[in-house]
Design a protein around this ligand. Structure first.
Ligand code: FES
Length: 615
């Protein structure tokens, strides 16, 4: 079969690959390049987000589905959907630069005793002579003060030379009794680790000084597995439907983390040889994919992971490019859908050791919720879907440059802000919540979620939103930005269908909260503090969240934003062995509530489907 040359242009960069004509551009881009392309439905031709522009060359005919999902304006500009387009010769395509994502890196302040698992001990060994013929390893173990030390064979090979290089002055790098490596001289001042929060959408890596506990630098990017679907189910399906799918996704995330480690090391002028430990937090599926474990059973009843306890491996075995003996550990998960990221967030919020009755909400591609205090924890995961990450919203985008992140009606005009004040490219979660709140406030959406026509608006409404009401694909919609102001010249709308998606997502999270409250035997007003974690939670307007019924009104003044709490938890586990033990305790003791079989959840879901009516 003829091979075609495919050029993929991203910003100033170009990736060149060859392919035959029977693979879609989506497959070619995701399988043969490291480029990330939006593909919430995982390449099934349903979401309409995998847009690219064919700059030159011949491709397959436009499909009916593309005509449904793309506007005329887009089709005229050569926009196509990558998963429905096949090369028919040499082609050049351009995709949007996804790496301009604005990712929440910072988390809560922490104050933990710095006592990491991985420590360095400098010793000067007694020199051997005829009266003291102890072997090299015993001599080292004796100097370290214990007989139980062990080390990998590869390190043992180096030991004789290392000991003799600086007159028996060496530094042992050890994870408890396991000697990771032995270095010549006193290197105790250089002890570093990497903590990683692997989100389904974004990945953040932190470079940590294990002597001081300080975060030296952080790197972030969109999860490069994103091209295989927005949510964990799409990723799992990919592993089930493609031979080598697990390995492909594993390599994508490990390569991404390795390149982050290289960047962090270069920027901080810290040698990769001095990074001895890596801690990973993420949802249960992300943990499976990082370790190359088959996640298939998480997707089907009764949702069973391969392993959910904390797991420690040699970093080298997982493919990390740090010293071969270094350890990599995956923090424990609670269930198939409440993962190590929530355990880490619970750790960093501190809610598990205080008396305050606390609620932790992390809204990402799922909405995970933890409720309780030192007396016990309940948790659940709501299948909120990725509406708040923009995936199921017509003009929704993640938190990227140009995303509309806040919306208001000022002087009867819709005003908005965008990330980095760039031209609007779409609307992200916090903007979506604001628009929804605005539509409710102006009476343009009723409590059932129906969008009203212009002639149905109340004359008594305090805001005049009528000029913005329009139609799209025969359904009511509101215009947020007209075409003259957008990057692609197309008006940006929120449609009736979008409102339904938001309604389902907010009902799911609100019902999850109420189900846990009921299970706890307490009342919603008994909650003392609400921690909002994650990027979306950090930017959301609290009033808007309450206005749409995402969070009960009684909790509005109790909300505290804690940023990337999962990342902070991963850092804490790296610098404190006590915190690792706490993670294990949280994962073991938290009671998981399965919502899919919970009658309370079903009732609450129906109750919360309505939007609150303004008083
Ligand atoms: S339509 Fe192509 S990935 Fe969804």
């Amino acid at each position: 079969m003829n091979q075609h040359s495919i050029s993929v242009l991203v910003g100033d960069g170009e990736h060149k690959v060859t392919s035959n004509a029977d693979r879609s551009l989506h497959r070619i881009i995701t399988e043969d390049t490291d480029t990330v392309i939006d593909a919430p439905c995982g390449g099934k031709g349903k979401c309409g987000k995998c847009k690219l522009i064919v700059e030159s060359g011949k491709v397959s005919e436009i499909t009916d589905q593309e005509r449904r999902l793309l506007s005329e304006h887009e089709l005229e500009r050569g926009v196509r959907l990558a998963c429905l387009t096949y090369p028919r010769g040499d082609v050049e395509v351009r995709i949007r630069e996804n790496s301009r994502a604005h990712i929440m890196v910072s988390g809560v302040e922490y104050d933990a005793e710095v006592l990491p698992n991985v420590r360095k001990t400098h010793v000067v060994l007694e020199k051997p002579d005829l009266a003291d013929q102890r072997d090299d390893f015993t001599r080292l173990k004796d100097a370290l003060g214990g007989a139980n030390y062990h080390m990998p064979l590869k390190e043992l090979y180096q030991l004789p030379a290392t000991l003799r290089m600086d007159n028996y002055s060496v530094t042992a790098v050890h994870d408890r009794n396991y000697i990771i490596t032995v270095e010549t001289g006193d290197t105790t001042g250089k002890n570093y680790g990497i903590a990683v929060d692997i989100g389904t959408t974004t990945v953040v890596a932190y470079l940590i000084d294990l002597n001081t506990g300080k975060t030296l630098d952080a790197a972030s990017g969109l999860n490069t597995q994103k091209s295989h679907g927005q949510d964990v189910i799409s990723r799992i399906n990919y592993t089930l439907q493609h031979d080598g799918g697990i390995e492909h996704l594993r390599k994508r995330i490990i390569n991404q983390i390795n390149s982050m480690i290289w960047d962090l090391s270069e920027n901080s002028k810290i040698a990769i040889e001095n990074i001895y430990s890596i801690a990973l937090a993420g949802n249960t599926t992300m943990m499976h994919l990082a370790a190359g474990l088959p996640p298939g059973n998480i997707a089907t009843v009764p949702f069973i992971p391969v392993a959910q306890n904390r797991m420690t491996f040699l970093a080298d075995d997982l493919g990390f490019g740090i010293p071969k003996g270094a350890s990599a550990y995956l923090l424990p998960s609670i269930s198939g859908y409440v993962g190590a990221d929530i355990v880490a967030a619970t750790l960093s919020s501190g809610l598990y050791f205080g008396d305050a009755f606390s609620l932790l909400i992390d809204i990402g591609t799922n909405g995970e919720i933890v409720l309780g205090n030192r007396d016990g924890l309940l948790c659940c995961s709501t299948a909120a879907g990725p509406a708040f990450e923009g995936a199921t919203i017509k003009h929704g985008v993640g938190g990227i440059t140009g995303a509309i992140n806040s919306v208001k009606l000022e002087d009867q005009k819709i005003t908005y802000t965008t990330i980095t004040d760039s031209r609007p490219v779409g609307i992200c979660g916090s903007g979506i919540v604001d628009v929804m709140a605005l539509l409710l406030q102006c009476g343009a959406v009723d409590d059932t979620g129906r969008m009203l026509g212009k002639d149905e608006l109340s004359e008594n409404s305090s805001c005049d939103i009528a000029p913005y009401l329009t139609e799209s694909d025969d359904q009511p919609a509101v215009t947020l930005v007209d075409g003259a102001q957008t990057e692609n010249g197309e008006a940006m709308l929120l449609t009736q269908k979008d409102v339904r998606e938001i309604q389902l997502a907010k009902a799911s999270i609100a019902a999850g909260i109420m189900t846990l409250v009921k299970r706890s035997g307490k009342q919603i007003q008994d909650i003392d503090v609400v921690y909002l974690a994650g990027g979306f939670g950090s930017f959301i307007d609290k009033k808007s969240a309450v206005r749409i019924g995402l969070i009960p009104a009684v909790l509005e003044d109790k909300i505290q934003v804690i940023g990337n709490a999962a990342g902070t938890g991963a850092v804490l586990s790296l610098i404190s062995e006590a915190c690792i033990a706490e993670c294990d305790r949280i994962a073991k003791n938290a009671e998981y509530v399965e919502l899919s079989s919970s009658p309370e959840f079903q009732d609450e879901y129906v109750n919360n489907m309505f939007f609150p009516i303004d008083d």
